[in-house]
Design a protein around this ligand. Structure first.
Ligand code: NAD
Ligand code: TYD
Length: 351
């Protein structure tokens, strides 16, 4: 079996990617390296935790020794690197954690891969998962982010991701490390930590709590269903050209306030309450510092060159997402009570 290392596989996107790879490719053994920060949740991985081709490793990519030891123990054929601090608001209050994990952690992985793979670089692949936020903010309606758009990160989060992307490219240019990078737009769907807009607001509607819309809700985001992102990652991993970058998105822009109103309507309907009930919870609050106005991905390259297409229309994806969170209130409650952080001790340390 070929060994593949996924980092950050206990997080939102990583858990979808880990499940997809474990279930689709019995010829791979998937190692999931995750530090289980507040964002890591092993409950996301219940369906594969006993699969014969899956191993969870609790470990921190900021610890260079741990990382290089892992690469000495295992001959990983590929790395899919998703581990990161990922929330813009947290990056505004604690930027250093973003430098540590997103920059230093990525460089630790690059160093370990370079050392372990030096005799046969071409047989390996380092796939770095990044974000459209590295491109900064769009101001003209006709503009889209393409793969050659100059980097112009505006938040500590996007600055740290931009920096990690630069290091990944530098290791390709300087040492010939086989790499590929993808930059995706905002994801939504099941298992997203309820600090991000969509799950936070669904959870607040469940508890009749205010829905804090930053500023006037005029900011625009481009939304992709997480399962489609996982499929795109599978496509890039297997078909992407070494050294290339692929933007991933579904041409699906929404102004925050319009999205929040649609989310309120869908949630009202699914809760069986009069449409208009949840909307009353909308509260306009102080804007996020340095809030990027608009993100919009031009995904033609991955569509034309690799044949990837998103499978879902947004309205359908949002329906499924609301349905999932309402049916999985326990998953949300385990996060808000902190119970999810005991899962590792309960299920793994006893074994
Ligand atoms: P997430 O915050 O849900 O999960 C991150 C995971 O990384 C968690 O399981 C966490 O425990 C782990 N982690 C954090 N620090 C670590 C460390 N030092 N060592 C090992 N593991 C560590 O993030 P996500 O939303 O799933 O995003 C995954 C990746 O995709 C990130 O690189 C992010 O930049 C990128 N991305 C996210 C989005 C989005 O909309 N969520 C869009 C585009 C790209
Ligand atoms: P978020 O889910 O944090 O993703 P990102 O900042 O990476 O785009 O936020 C999505 C949009 O929603 C962003 O424009 C900020 C806004 N937002 C709110 O208006 N209120 C909130 O409580 C949150 C978390 C986000």
């Amino acid at each position: 079996m070929e060994k593949i290392l996924i980092t950050g596989g206990a997080g939102f996107i990583g858990s979808h990617v880990a499940k997809r790879f474990v279930n689709t490719y019995p010829q791979y053994h998937i190692y999931n390296l995750d530090a289980l920060t507040y964002a890591g949740n092993l409950e996301n991985l219940r369906e594969i935790e006993r699969a014969p081709n899956y191993t969870f490793i609790k470990g921190d990519i900021t610890q260079a020794d741990q990382v290089s030891q892992l690469f000495t123990q295992h001959d990983f054929k590929g790395v899919i690197h998703l581990a990161a601090e990922s929330h813009v608001d947290r990056s505004i209050t604690n930027p250093s954690a973003f430098v540590m994990t997103n920059v230093i952690g990525t460089v630790n992985l690059l160093n370990a891969a370079k050392a372990a793979w030096q005799d046969d670089l071409a047989a390996h692949l380092f796939y770095h998962i990044s974000t459209d936020e590295v491109y900064g903010s769009l101001h003209q309606p006709e503009d889209f982010f393409v793969e050659t758009t100059p980097y112009d990160p505006q938040s500590p989060y996007s600055a740290s991701k931009a920096s990690s992307d630069h290091f990944v490219r530098a290791y390709h240019n300087t040492y010939g490390l086989p790499i590929v990078i993808s930059n995706c737009s905002n994801n939504y769907g099941p298992y997203q930590f309820p600090e991000k807009l969509i799950p936070l607001f669904i959870n607040n509607i469940r508890h009749q709590k205010p829905l804090p819309v930053y500023g006037k809700g005029e900011n625009v985001r481009d939304w992709l269903y997480v399962v489609d992102h996982a499929q795109a990652i599978d496509t890039v991993f297997h078909k992407g050209k070494v050294g290339e970058t692929y933007n991933i998105g579904g041409f699906n822009e929404w102004k925050n306030i319009d999205l929040v109103k649609l989310l309120c309507k869908v949630t009202d309907q699914q809760l069986g309450q009069p449409v208009g009930t949840a909307e009353q919870l909308i509260t306009f609050v102080k804007d996020r510092a340095g809030h990027d106005l608009r993100y919009a991905i031009d995904a033609k390259k991955i569509m034309n060159e690799l044949g990837w297409q998103p499978s879902l229309q947004f309205e359908e994806g949002l329906q499924k997402t609301v349905e999932w969170y309402l049916a999985n209130g326990d998953w949300l409650d385990h996060i808000t009570t902190g119970a999810y952080q005991k899962y590792y001790e309960q299920q793994y340390e006893r074994r």
